[in-house]
Design a binder for this molecule. Structure first.
Ligand SMILES: [Zn+2]
Length: 162
């Protein structure tokens, strides 16, 4: 697993920028939730970009952008599917919790940490963004008809039981 350890305060103060990616297979907690039945899908990439700002707001802050097509199992038809996730999160960095930040604020708070695990942070954000029951956006059976594939008889059976 790629270790992505950064000094988050310094990263913001120096206005650094980092763009990288890693495979879903390196995220154990995420894999547990996705319950993939296709080992190839675990190689799907999670792309991210982290940008530091010295004082865009009142504190040094980081903007994390995560973009991925996360492999998942549709909870309606039990076929493979991809969840398109495009997240952008802003964090304020400070030594102590900020009283001025309330629940509704658009900013999150990160404790100043010279060994922050970016990989874990990204995995945390993806876990938060995951829908409880991922499903194809449109009707599942229609989708498979449109793409010219024969509907999987087992999937239909499962659909009827639900
Ligand atoms: Zn489906």
């Amino acid at each position: 697993m790629k270790t992505l350890i950064i000094n988050n305060l310094e990263f913001a103060q120096k206005q650094l920028k980092l763009a990288d990616s890693f495979a879903v297979s390196s995220c154990e907690r995420l894999l547990e939730i996705l319950k993939l039945n296709d080992k190839n899908a675990e190689q799907a990439a999670i792309n991210f970009e982290l940008t530091g700002f010295y004082k865009q707001f009142s504190h040094p802050n980081l903007r994390l952008h995560i973009k991925t097509r996360l492999p998942a199992i549709c909870q309606r038809c039990l076929e493979n599917m991809y969840l398109k996730l495009d997240l952008s999160i802003d964090y304020l960095i400070s030594e102590t919790a900020l009283d001025t930040l309330d629940e509704n604020d658009e900013m999150d708070w990160l404790e100043a940490n010279n060994e922050m695990n970016l990989h874990e942070l990204i995995e945390d954000e993806l876990l938060l963004a995951m829908p409880f029951a991922p499903m194809h956006e449109n009707d599942c059976s229609k989708l498979s008809m449109q793409s010219g594939e024969k509907p999987n008889p087992f999937a239909i059976l499962k659909g009827k039981i639900k």
